[in-house]
Write a protein that binds this ligand. Structure first.
Ligand code: GLY
Length: 376
């Protein structure tokens, strides 16, 4: 019997020479994890790093698949949430992997969202000076962004993601079906990163999303296609600039304003989650570009209209609760970025699909723009 089309995984390759790897995208790929890992890493044992929420929903399927492929595994269940991106959780993970007597040729598998992937990837890079690493992202954000490209790390008292390494996985398995169990707010927030790829350099993709977003949300082939196009877009940028010496910074479109807003809310996820900060940030980046006469007001309005239709916030005023003033927001931006003689680096745009890295944005213009935004 032929398999229905939506169950045939799409493969996207990240081409990095001898460190190249596949991303398999499709409904049900979680159940084939054992076979895919055994084929690429014969004889391996596995430590699955996950959190207690994801473990309850998806660990049994993964464990069955590993067992059926003859792979011996142990599971490390961390507390869910951003607090697990910490030195303490890293130590717990490293100790558990060593306690299970896994060796350098064995494999750490991240089963979870961005927090688990970033932490597990860091652990895989340092235990015994580097074990194999496989990503099984279970959130939309992790499937289209954080599981691809090799950025791993934890947060420190000085800020987010400040201790870490580049560590490319050997394989990424993005099961589009597991996204059915995500809370709607989390799926919407992940969608901001999907829209980002259209806004960076693919106006055709943004247009496709404007027409097809409903089906991306409901699941099926359109969802797999959106994830595959996002992964292809990210892979292409990572292949050209793995260590972010230039072009990879484009992936931060919307993140400069977004990170500042996340920091200003004290990373309170009840008020703002990362993807929502990125949505507001992308809308602001387009409005700011229009304000600087780089892009048209119509394009900025089109971006806002699409994100609003999805149910994402696009204005600072949509964040519930009190926020600090424009000067304080600018100081959060300055903390996040290098400031060189009063100038900031921003991702700006000449229109939909035409983002660019601007290294010389005067802080005074950013401040004036933020004041305008807060007065609205
Ligand atoms: N999430 C941004 C990057 O991977 O470079």
């Amino acid at each position: 019997m032929t398999e229905p089309l939506s169950r045939v995984p799409v493969t996207v390759q990240v081409g990095l020479g001898e460190r190249s790897y596949d991303i398999l995208i499709g409904e049900g790929v979680l159940a084939s994890a054992g076979a895919e890992i055994a084929r690429r890493l014969p004889g391996t044992r596995v430590a699955v790093i996950t959190d207690t929420n994801v473990a309850a929903a998806h660990l049994p399927v993964l464990e069955t698949s590993l067992r059926e492929a003859g792979i011996d595994s142990v599971a490390v269940r961390l507390a869910p949430g951003e607090r697990s991106k910490s030195f303490e959780a890293l130590q717990e993970t490293v100790d558990a992997v060593l306690g299970a007597r896994l060796e350098r040729r064995d494999t750490i598998v991240a089963l979870g969202g961005g927090v688990v992937g970033d932490l597990a990837g860091f652990a895989a890079g340092i235990v015994r000076r580097g074990m194999n690493f496989v990503q099984i992202p279970t959130s939309l954000l992790a499937q289209v962004d954080s599981s691809v490209g090799g950025k791993t790390g934890i947060n420190t008292a000085h800020g987010k993601n400040l201790a870490g390494i580049f560590n490319q996985p050997k394989l990424v398995l993005a099961d589009t079906g597991v996204l059915d169990t995500l809370p709607e707010r989390e799926f919407r927030a992940g969608y901001a990163e999907v829209a980002k790829y259209g806004l960076i350099n693919d106006a055709g993709f943004f247009h496709w999303l404007e027409k097809n977003w409903g089906e991306v949300f409901s699941g099926g082939p359109a969802r797999a296609e959106a994830i595959a196009r996002s992964c292809r877009a990210k892979a292409a940028i990572v292949e050209r600039d793995e260590r972010e010496t230039g072009e990879r910074a484009l992936l931060n479109l919307g993140h400069t304003f977004g990170h500042a807003l996340e920091a200003a809310t004290g990373y309170d996820s009840a008020r703002l989650v990362h993807g929502e900060g990125v949505a507001i940030g992308m809308a602001l980046a387009h409005r700011f570009s229009a304000r600087l006469n780089l892009a048209s007001v119509d394009d900025a309005a089109r971006v806002e209209a699409h994100l609003t239709e999805i149910g994402l916030p696009v204005r600072i005023a949509q964040i519930p609760g009190e926020l600090p003033g424009a000067e304080a927001l600018l100081s959060f931006i300055a903390q996040d970025k290098k400031v060189l003689r009063g100038a900031l680096t921003f991702i700006l745009t000449r229109g939909i699909g035409q983002a660019f890295v601007a290294k010389d944005v005067p802080a005074s213009q950013v401040l004036a723009f933020l004041k305008e935004c807060l007065a609205q």
